[in-house]
Design a protein. Structure first.
Length: 212
C-alpha cells in the first residue's frame, strides 16, 4: 500500500481525539511530503542535523516535534527548527532551552516509565519535582508527557506501562492543568497505547513501510 493508503487506514482505526506524529528518521523528503499531503500535520525527527537537511523543503502547515535525545549543545539549532521538544528529562536541559529561547517554547517531559538504566527520561516518581522546578522558568511551557515503553516481544506486556503512564498523566494534570498531551505508542504498540489513554502516537513503519 502507498503512504497515503496507510495513513487513511490508520485514521479510520483510531479515535478522532488522537493525533498522529509521523516519525521521519531516515525517510526521504518525498516520503515526508507525501505523508503531509495525505493529512499528517505533525512530523517528528530524532536528529537535529537530519531535520536541518530535510525539513526546510517540506511544504504545508505542519508542526515539527523533536523526539530524540537532545544534547545541550544542539539546543540553539533545535529551537530554530522545531515547534515542540518532546524529550526534556532534566532541569539542566530545560534551563538551556530557557536561556537560548527568544520566545515561549512548548516542551514535554520524557518519562522513563520502565525505569530502564540504559534509557533517557525522568523516573515516574521524580516527574512531579522536575515539572515543579521547570515551571519556574520563563520561556518554557510544559504541555505534555512522552514515554518510550520497554521493548518487549509480547506487545500485550507493554500495557501495564502505558496504564501507569496514564495514571501519572492524570495525577499531574490535576496539579498542572496545561499538561494535556500524552505521547506514547509506536508502530507496534499504538493500538494498546490508545486503549490506555494516549492522545498522540508516534508512527514510522506503519506509515512509511520498513526502513531500507
Amino acid at each position: 500500500m502507498s503512504i497515503k493508503d496507510n495513513i487513511y487506514k490508520i485514521k479510520k482505526e483510531i479515535p478522532s481525539n488522537v493525533d498522529i506524529l509521523a516519525a521521519t528518521k531516515t525517510r526521504s523528503i518525498a516520503e515526508i511530503q507525501e505523508a503531509v499531503d495525505s493529512g499528517i500535520y505533525i512530523i517528528g525527527e530524532n536528529y537535529v542535523q537530519e531535520a536541518e537537511k530535510k525539513y526546510p523543503s517540506i511544504k504545508g502547515e505542519v508542526k515539527k516535534h523533536y523526539i530524540g535525545h537532545l544534547q545541550t549543545n544542539k539546543v540553539k539549532k533545535a529551537l530554530e527548527i522545531f515547534d515542540v521538544i518532546e524529550t526534556v528529562d532534566s532541569l539542566n536541559l530545560a534551563k538551556e532551552i530557557d536561556k537560548k529561547a527568544d520566545k515561549e517554547v512548548i516542551i514535554y517531559i520524557e518519562v522513563n516509565i520502565g525505569r530502564e538504566p540504559n534509557k533517557t527520561g525522568v523516573f515516574p516518581e521524580e516527574a512531579d519535582k522536575l515539572i515543579d522546578e521547570i515551571s519556574k522558568l520563563r520561556n518554557v511551557q510544559i504541555t505534555g508527557l512522552m514515554t518510550m515503553a520497554p521493548f518487549l516481544k509480547d506487545i500485550e506486556k507493554i500495557r501495564p506501562y502505558f496504564k501507569e503512564m496514564k495514571n501519572l498523566s492524570d495525577k499531574l494534570n490535576k496539579k498542572y492543568p496545561k499538561i494535556r498531551t500524552l505521547s506514547m505508542g509506536m508502530s507496534d504498540s499504538y493500538k494498546i497505547a490508545i486503549e490506555e489513554g494516549a492522545n498522540l502516537i508516534r508512527l514510522g513503519t506503519v506509515i512509511f513501510g520498513a526502513r531500507n
